[in-house]
Write a protein that binds this ligand. Structure first.
Ligand code: AMP
Length: 497
């Protein structure tokens, strides 16, 4: 093995430097110092080591709770593999992940445990319950000495285009993510705080490592979820508040009508498209606090990034982009012939670097499809401009091909959202005998079709206009808030009434 490396080192360093400062907070209340957090994690790790061999998968299914911080570090210190499960999934979907990963134990919150326990293929340990608490009587595990290539996190992708797959992320991958975050996005310190608004099974949980390394507080909302008013109050209370949020969450913050809270330092967003109109509203409400990341479970949080300074540019092409390649990551756009596409040309986005996963768990076929010639094939389409800004078009599966022309739904959605009557928009292709596919726009809001057509004619080419508009109460979204285009397409296979 190379030089040993374990993410536990981030907590070990924070405890050595900031021992008796506050580490974990529930709302405004301080729960543990760094020394206490380290001790709890090592004891919990001791209890895991007593029962499980190195490399055993340990799942966690819970809303955002303070115990998740000690649990993540305990699993790493025990040299086991963390399998975080989104708490919004149906228990049956959770069972699929438990079965696929072969998890030996699942730590579930008191809310989830009663639904999961009767069908779970592994024992359920209730977080905060009596069995959980007795684990802290165990002898602390030794500080781990781990092969950097050992798995730290099995990241189940959100499965918007198919069944969820487990991206295998090693200690090296997540250390690369940690360093790139501190270098490119947010160089936090001990006077900062990380507020966990988004699910910790995904982006917010991944960001634990960089903020812990710098001794920044870990703040858990009492609601266990994202409540805009609570979130803004916590931002005002804690020093130097940062958070990772999905674009839809930022939209909800803007809707509160409240301005920038004292102490808000940065909001990092990503995971789904941030439309230029929404971003402008957010910048007007909260000022220059935003940074964007583009990543995927297979290259966690780290492919490209749009810096805070880029958000001051007043250039729509920059605001609509996902920024530049991140530190330690090489990013390229490949044309259909597999060669690098020149600036301005759309192709598949590929990347490589220490952050990229080693493959999908128990799925060599999907691994071979995705990791080719040493590059991660993201399945996203995009183009670089001559300044190196990458603009994401869509996932290749979402592109509409109508009459032989490629139409990128995102472009049509951006244009629709500039209309005051449109609150949300999702554009998909519907099968059509004459054109192959035609553009259909699902819209939340109220606007007359003719007015929308006129509006679009001023903004985009005629052939990109939707042939049909469907007004809906809400768009179908997965548990991370991503629009399920697959479901919209399925609706269109049935004739519209
Ligand atoms: P997941 O693996 O669940 O995090 O999903 C990753 C996918 O989300 C990417 O492949 C993109 O299609 C999309 N995505 C991630 N970040 C962004 C972003 N900043 N803008 C638009 N789409 C994004």
């Amino acid at each position: 093995m190379g030089r040993p490396l374990n993410l536990f080192a981030t907590l070990d360093q924070a405890a050595a430097r900031f021992g008796d400062r506050g580490a974990v907070y529930l709302g405004q209340r301080r729960l543990y110092t760094w020394d206490q957090l380290r001790d709890r994690a090592l004891r919990l790790a001791g209890s895991l080591r007593a029962a499980h061999a190195t490399g055993t998968r340990i799942a966690v299914a819970a809303e955002n709770r303070p115990e998740l911080v000690e649990l993540f570090y305990a699993v790493w210190a025990a040299e086991c593999v963390l399998v975080p499960i989104n708490f919004k999934l149906h228990p049956r979907e959770m069972v699929q992940i438990l079965t696929d990963s072969g998890a030996a134990t699942v730590f579930a919150s008191p809310k989830i445990a009663p639904h999961l326990a009767p069908i779970a293929p592994a024992p359920v340990d209730i977080i905060g319950g009596p069995d959980y608490e007795t684990r802290f009587a165990a002898t602390p595990a030794p500080v781990p000495v781990t092969d950097p290539a050992a798995l730290a996190w099995l990241f189940y992708t959100s499965g918007t285009t198919g069944r969820s797959k487990g991206a295998m992320l090693s200690h090296r991958n997540l250390t690369a993510m940690t360093l790139a975050h501190l270098a490119d996005i947010d160089s936090a310190d001990e006077n900062c705080s990380l507020l966990h608004g988004a699910p910790m099974s995904h982006g917010s949980g991944l960001y634990i490592a960089p903020y812990v390394l710098r001794g920044a507080r870990q703040v858990l909302p009492v609601s266990g979820a994202f409540e805009p008013a609570e979130f803004l109050d916590l931002c005002a209370h804690h020093p130097g508040s940062s958070a990772f949020l999905a674009p839809t969450m930022i939209h909800r913050l803007v809707e509160t009508g409240r301005g920038r809270p004292a102490n808000l330092r940065s909001i990092v967003y990503g995971g789904g498209p941030m439309y230029v109109e929404s971003l402008k509203k957010a910048l007007a409400a909260f000022g220059s606090v935003f940074a964007q990341i583009y990543g995927q479970g297979e290259s966690p949080m780290t492919i490209t990034g749009l810096r805070r300074a880029d958000h001051d540019s007043h250039d729509d092409a920059v605001l609509g982009s996902v920024g530049h390649a991140r530190s330690g990551v090489e990013v390229a756009v490949r044309g259909t012939d597999g060669a690098s596409a020149p600036a301005g040309e759309v192709g598949e986005i590929v990347c490589r670097g220490d952050v990229v996963m080693s493959g999908y768990w128990n799925n060599p076929r999907a691994t071979a499809d995705t990791l080719r010639d040493g590059w991660l094939h993201t399945g996203d389409l995009g183009s670089f401009d001559d300044r190196g800004y990458l603009t994401l078009r869509d996932r290749s599966k979402d592109v509409v091909i109508s009459g032989g022309s490629n139409i990128y739904p995102r472009e049509v959605e951006e244009a629709l959202l500039e209309h005051p009557g449109v609150a949300e928009a999702a554009v998909v292709g519907a099968p059509d005998a004459e054109w192959g596919e035609v553009v259909v726009a699902f819209i939340v809001g109220c606007a007359d079709e003719r007015a929308l057509d006129a509006h679009l004619l001023e903004r985009i080419a005629r052939f990109k206009r939707p042939k049909r508009y469907v007004v809906v109460e809400e768009l179908p979204k997965n548990s991370y808030g991503k629009v399920l285009k697959r479901e919209l397409r399925e609706r269109l296979v049935q004739p519209l009434t």
